[in-house]
Design a protein around this ligand. Structure first.
Ligand code: ADP
Length: 259
């Protein structure tokens, strides 16, 4: 893939970041964070400079999925150093919580403040791509970002299931309202291949294409359900990094090539 390059406005908090990709979903549990981490690794492995910001303030899962813990430090008392793992720069609200299991019950303004600080004050350096793992749904977080970053674009994650797709239409509409282009849709958990090599559409079919049509954007790829995705995620190494030539990893790599 080639780097698109966005129009960076004068007040943009990320002047050295060529592309900002918002990874969004209508609801939780569809694999948004899994997709964000695996696309991040795929872009890195393709030779790009990549960062990942876990903006899923209510359920930060990037620290687990990338096996990182620890507290980011400030070397100059002003900016925050991102953590690094597998050559990728990372920041998550999870890094700042004393007890990662504690629910984040921040009020709106604090939440926005933390997020804007992550954009502005984290020393991302120059990057080809910064991926943002947004909270599910059409929340304030996406709106805050849309107002602050010039020309980000969105990748929408859904499952093939119509129930999942109901919420995801709202995400697409919100992107339209705030002029964030949807660059494409990823259908996750599209099918399961059993030990005999037979494919099963466990969650139905057509959801990804329907959303893509609605968003007038391409279906970037279909990712199978595979136990290794969860297992590697739980172990802190995304499947794209751990088993890059597996079918499921290649599905994520195929999506990343189209970003
Ligand atoms: P979300 O960010 O949308 O809430 P997650 O990325 O946290 O969803 O995924 C939810 C769960 O499903 C996790 O345990 C993850 O490992 C698992 N998972 C996601 N995608 C797949 C897949 N393609 N195959 C198997 N398990 C998956």
């Amino acid at each position: 893939s080639e780097v698109r390059g966005r129009n960076i406005g004068p007040d943009d908090p990320l002047p050295e970041v060529k592309n900002v990709i918002l990874v969004m979903s209508g609801k939780g549990g569809v694999g948004k964070s899994t997709t964000a981490t695996n696309l991040t690794m795929a872009l890195h492995r393709a030779g790009f400079r990549v960062g990942l910001l876990d903006a899923d303030i209510y359920g930060p899962s990037i620290p687990t999925m990338l096996g990182v813990s620890g507290r980011p430090v400030s070397l100059d008392g002003k900016s925050i150093e991102p953590l690094e793992r597998f050559g990728v720069k990372l920041m998550s609200i999870g890094f700042l919580l004393e007890d990662p299991k504690a629910a984040v019950v921040w009020r709106g303004p604090m939440l926005h403040g933390a997020l804007l600080q992550f954009l502005k004050d984290v020393r991302w350096g120059s990057l080809d791509y910064l991926l943002l793992d947004l909270p599910p749904g059409t929340g304030d977080v996406a709106l805050t970002l849309a107002q602050r970053i010039t020309s980000p674009y969105a990748v929408i994650v859904t499952t093939p299931q119509p129930v999942a797709t109901d919420d995801v239409y709202k995400s697409v509409s919100m992107c339209e309202k705030v002029n964030i282009p949807v660059v494409g849709v990823v259908e996750n958990m599209s099918y399961f291949i059993d030990s005999a090599g037979v494919s099963h559409e466990l969650f139905g079919k057509g959801g990804g294409q329907a959303i893509a049509d609605f968003a007038k954007a391409p279906l970037l790829g279909q990712v199978p359900i595979d136990q290794s995705v969860r297992e590697w995620g739980d172990k802190g190494t995304p499947v794209v990094q751990a088993a890059p030539f597996s079918t499921v990893a290649r599905a994520f790599v195929g999506v990343a090539e189209r970003l």
